[in-house]
Design a protein around this ligand. Structure first.
Ligand code: IPM
Ligand code: MG
Length: 363
């Protein structure tokens, strides 16, 4: 009997549906090549869900995400919903999914394809061969801390509040993930904090140091986030695994993505004890939505990460990576990674090329 996997697909807003369509195209080829069954169930999320159901994360969508073997998400958000109540903004759906599914570990690999060495805004020798894994804590920190909100001071002035909070166990479990990831790579972890100013991240550093005492096979270093941001553009190849808080990870992973040529290249996996969600790290890019200009590679590689981390088929991930490499080597480029002399393609054509490559290469 063939294996059956239930995947909840959440296209979302802006370029979300376009890049998801290309990932689905590729998934259908993988499905038939492997002789497995992928039940791909689409549900609305974000602004699209707000329009359809009055809430960015409807009950049915959350339930479908809970029941699935894995979730594949496009992107959420757009100018249309920037002025509605905070609790109903598309972004709340993403945060709601992360916290409801307990997806505390976000893996964001910033790996440069050789063909894109010249696409980065940094000098080729600085980024050539770059391979960093950002491990971002995803269900804690200032994104979720209480109290939060906007109130008024006694003098009637508005006051905005967010709270940075971590418990020891939250730090320990993300350290564990980072060390496990590093063990399969170059065995180096750099923990990024702001321990010189923020008590919370001072404790973060202490907990990571304590954790490392029983894991001496991994080389641990620490960096303040401002220095880390600078080092990422000065000498990014010094890093192997970076482990950091929710907000620092959000910022540093965007920065790291540009080292690989474009934010349109970075996939991610959000993992918890029971659930997993896969999504590109880029947003909904409303400025190019509906124009066949988006780069689907981050979403396609996110689907690849799903095979690696949820479906126990790392070989599929590796094949997909090799296919992306060969399509880039052949000179095909979406606008975000375009350079002189290359062959311009749209989102759909890029998806076709990858699907075709998978058809040829997947055993
Ligand atoms: C990301 C995004 C999200 C985040 C937004 C859309 C809520 O920037 O996944 O990096 O801040 O986590
Ligand atoms: Mg971000």
């Amino acid at each position: 009997m063939s294996e059956v996997f239930n995947i909840t697909v959440l296209p979302g807003d802006g370029i979300g549906p376009e890049v998801i369509a290309e990932a689905v195209k590729v998934l259908r080829v993988i499905e038939s090549k492997l002789g497995i069954t992928l039940n791909l169930n689409e549900h609305p999320v974000g602004g699209a869900a707000y329009e359809a159901a009055g809430h960015p994360l409807p009950e049915e969508t959350l339930a479908a995400a809970r029941e699935a073997d894995a979730v594949l998400l496009g992107a959420v958000g757009g100018p249309k919903w920037e002025t509605i109540d905070f609790s109903l903004r598309p972004e709340r759906a993403l945060l709601g999914l992360r916290s409801s599914l307990g997806l505390f570990a976000n893996l964001r690999p910033a790996k440069i394809f050789k063909a894109l060495t010249g696409a980065s805004t940094l000098k080729p020798e600085v980024v050539e061969g770059l391979d960093i894994m950002v491990v971002r804590e995803l269900t804690g920190g200032i994104y979720f801390g209480q109290p939060r909100g906007i109130d008024k001071t006694e003098s009637g002035e508005r006051r905005g509040i967010n709270t940075l909070v971590y418990t020891e166990s939250e730090v320990r479990r993300i350290a564990q993930i980072a060390f496990d990831v590093a063990r399969k790579r170059n065995k180096k972890v750099c923990s990024v904090d702001k321990a010189n100013v923020l008590e919370c991240t001072g404790m973060w550093r202490d907990v990571v140091i304590e954790f490392a005492q029983d894991h001496a096979d991994i080389e641990l270093s620490h960096m303040y986030v401002d220095n880390a941001a600078m080092q990422l553009v000065r000498n990014p190849k010094q890093f192997d695994v970076i482990v950091t808080t929710n907000m620092f990870g959000d910022i540093l992973s965007d920065e790291a993505s540009m080292l690989t040529g474009s934010i349109g290249m970075l996939p991610s996996a959000s993992l918890g004890e029971k659930h997993a969600m896969y999504e590109p790290i880029h947003g909904s890019a409303p400025d190019i939505a509906g124009q066949d200009k988006a780069n689907p590679l981050a979403t396609i590689m996110s689907a690849g990460m799903m095979f690696k981390y949820s479906l126990n088929r790392e070989d599929v991930y590796n094949t997909l990576e090799a296919v992306v490499e060969s399509v880039l080597d052949a000179g095909y480029r979406t606008p975000d990674i375009m350079s002189e002399g290359m062959q311009p393609v749209g989102c759909r054509e890029m998806g076709d090329l990858i699907a075709q490559g998978v058809e040829e290469k997947l055993a």
